[in-house]
Design a protein. Structure first.
Lengths: 179, 499
């Protein structure tokens, strides 16, 4: 290989790596909560154990990517036995599926601080593509990612038909990170 | 009237008459082995083969004769000459099933089946003097009637009848109202304890083993209790609870309400039998009115002196509950089921303010009660594992309605007894206002006690059934609705009592 070509590849690679490093957002904190109607009453819940790998530049969102995992065994709804049930195989089956996974396929800017991403969401052994809006706010040298979206729990094998438990679950995620 | 119109009228009347005279409902066959196997939930120990009495042996047993019955009074209130007048009566068949023409006829016949006692003892086997009534704690009507029992005039003479459906499923409210189909309050266990004391009966293993032993029980179940311990344990059994056959002296069972039974998908606290059609209700009655003592578990048949189904004959019959040799006819059981379907709960006297009930309903939902105790039956009709480590067999996931979380109440009944399946069903909360026994073993006696976190503490002594030989660690499980503010708990209780 001619030396000049090798040098060019090295420069490009270095540039790419440094661009990636530049866009890396280090996760500082996360909040994952959800709301589902049960017998007409909103039940609030949360999960913890989120890990995320975020590459994001507000000016070039299409170059970025966001992926993360969540530990369904951390689910809390305020009633211990209900949480236990939700970990069983008819819901999250945490023994066999210890992670919920999200991976962006594309990110794009809508307007202002509003963006949209196409993600693959994997819960248990079911993977579906979902589109979700999110905002990115810069505060105190930190990025705050906020999203709120709905899924149908039965699309992911979470429980069966129920006359009291809604199918639709609203999920709220807030990630805070430093660029 | 023109001739053709007259002819048409006569024809129509004839058709109606024939239709009425031949009104025969489509009565399922009770002892249908395929159906019997379908409606049973497998036993806790899946390795034990369960074999039921063969059809030909069941149907070879004589049918019970439905003789007319008469009220039993406590002695202080018995009309003068009452027993003598009964003794002078001829035996009388109470129902001619061939003459039933309407649903109402069948329901009324079912009422008589409900009251018909299969146990027919000498009329003076128990005498209900005041001291005896007070000691045992029988409830009576204002007229002094014990509606759980009956006198029955048979060709062999006047008998004291017991162990009818009415014996277990009749309740007397504080105001004296008789509630047929409510959680019964006949003091079976206390009566048994007093009989042991009064007649100085020995407490032997052969007395209790047929009642409570299963091949998967602890071996100690076959050992005789010390008399004092046995009596004290029986004495602690509250109204609405009984050490029924197939349960355990350590874990008797709370009697269920029969109101709305058509909506309930599983019978028994352990969901032992399915309720998918009227035939299942008939089968349940046939089994639980004595035939279940002949069911074979591996090599074991609970019935005294029977080691093979071929030995089930009228001559060898020696039922531990004193049942006459025989069985209900399919017609009797169909009528009984029709009657049970027709039962309606009495008016609920609990009247809380609407705003309190509304608040209670919200708390019922917020606390997640509604997930299992789902309206309108206030049960989701599902089975819960009795323990958190019960491994649900794959076949159960296909054939049973399983809600895969244990509320971790005492697992004894569902893991150590013949009625054990490894599951407890979600009980309906309807009619909770008139219950005296809570949890499957009746260890608690009020909804307030159920929601009291103190019951979870190791040093808590419950107000209901307390086996003396058991190291009590409080009353575990179902820890819901306990950490509410006093006002919210009051509202929840008011709502629960309104159901």
């Amino acid at each position: 290989m001619p030396k000049s070509v090798f040098t060019l590849i090295l420069i490009l690679f270095t540039f790419a790596v440094s661009a990636q490093e530049k866009d890396q957002v280090n996760l500082v904190s996360s909040e994952v909560s959800f709301v589902i109607k049960n017998a007409g009453i909103n039940v609030d819940g949360s999960m913890e154990g989120l890990t995320a790998n975020i590459l994001f530049n507000p000016k070039k969102p299409q170059k970025g990517s966001i992926s993360g995992t969540l530990d369904p065994a951390t689910i809390k709804t305020g009633i211990g036995m209900r949480d236990k049930h939700l970990k069983n195989e008819d819901y999250f089956d945490v023994e066999n599926y210890p992670q919920i996974k999200m991976q962006s396929n594309s990110l794009r800017k809508l307007q202002g601080n509003q963006y949209e991403g196409l993600f693959t969401l994997t819960i248990k052994d079911i993977t579906r593509e979902i589109s979700l809006p999110f905002t990115v706010t810069e505060e105190n040298d930190q990025f705050i990612f906020d999203t709120s979206f709905e899924i149908n729990r039965q699309d992911f094998g979470l429980g069966d038909d129920s006359i009291i438990l809604s199918d639709m679950v609203k999920i709220n995620i807030r990630l805070t990170g430093t660029p | 009237m023109p001739v053709h119109k007259l002819a048409a009228s006569v024809l129509l009347l004839s058709v109606l008459f024939i239709a009425a005279a031949n009104y025969l409902p489509d009565i399922p066959k009770t002892w249908d082995m395929k159906e019997i196997k379908r409606f049973h939930v497998p036993p806790y120990d899946r390795k034990v083969a369960v074999t039921y009495v063969p059809e030909e042996i069941y149907y070879a047993l004589p049918e019970y004769k439905l003789y007319k019955t008469y009220p039993v009074y406590i002695y202080d209130k018995m009309p003068e000459g009452y027993l003598d007048s009964l003794k002078s009566l001829p035996p009388e068949i109470a129902v001619d099933f061939s003459k039933l023409t309407t649903d109402e006829d069948w329901i009324e016949a079912g009422r008589l089946v409900f009251e018909m006692p299969p146990n027919r003892s000498p009329y003076n086997a128990l005498t209900f003097e005041s001291a005896w009534v007070d000691s045992v704690g029988y409830e009576t009507t204002k007229d002094g009637i014990l509606p759980y029992l009956s006198y029955i005039q048979t060709p062999e003479g006047l008998k004291l009848g017991s162990t009818s459906c009415a014996n277990c499923h009749t309740k007397i409210l504080d105001n004296g109202q008789v509630v047929v189909g409510g959680q019964g309050d006949y003091p079976f266990d206390r009566e048994f304890a007093f009989i042991i004391k009064k007649f100085d009966f020995p407490v032997t293993a052969s007395m209790s083993t047929p009642l409570v032993y299963a091949p998967w029980s602890d071996p100690s179940v076959k050992e005789a209790w010390a008399k004092e311990d046995f009596v004290q344990t029986l004495m602690s059994t509250p109204p609405g609870v009984m050490t029924r056959q197939g349960t355990g002296t350590e874990s008797p069972v709370a009697v269920p309400s029969l109101f709305g039974i058509r909506d309930i998908k599983y019978f028994d606290r352990t969901g032992l039998m399915k309720n998918e059609n009227i035939g299942d209700l008939m089968r349940y009655a046939a089994f639980n009115q004595g035939m279940d003592m002949f069911t074979q578990y591996g090599a074991y048949i609970p019935m005294n002196g029977i080691s093979s189904h071929s030995q089930i004959t009228t001559e060898q019959w020696d039922h531990p509950f004193g049942y006459d040799a025989g069985r209900y006819s399919d017609e009797q059981l169909y009528a009984l089921a029709m009657y049970l379907y027709s039962l309606e709960a009495p008016e609920n006297p609990e009247k809380s303010p609407a705003e309190v009930l509304a608040r209670g309903e919200v708390i019922f939902a917020e606390q997640g009660c509604v997930t299992c105790h789902t309206p309108p039956a206030f049960t989701n009709n599902m089975l819960l594992p009795a323990t958190a480590d019960f491994e649900i067999p794959d076949e159960d996931k296909e054939t049973l309605d399983i809600f895969n979380v244990s509320v971790e109440t005492d697992p004894y009944l569902s893991t150590k007894t013949r009625r054990g399946t490894g599951y407890y069903k979600v009980p309906s909360l309807r009619g909770l206002w008139m219950r005296e026994a809570f949890f499957h073993d009746g260890s608690l006696t009020s909804i307030e006690e159920v929601l009291d976190p103190a019951r979870l503490e190791p040093d808590y002594i419950p107000t209901g059934h307390v086996p003396v030989n058991k190291v009590f660690q409080g009353v575990p499980g179902h820890p819901f609705g306990m950490e509410l503010s006093p006002d919210d708990k009051d509202a929840l209780i008011a709502y629960l009592k309104s159901l």
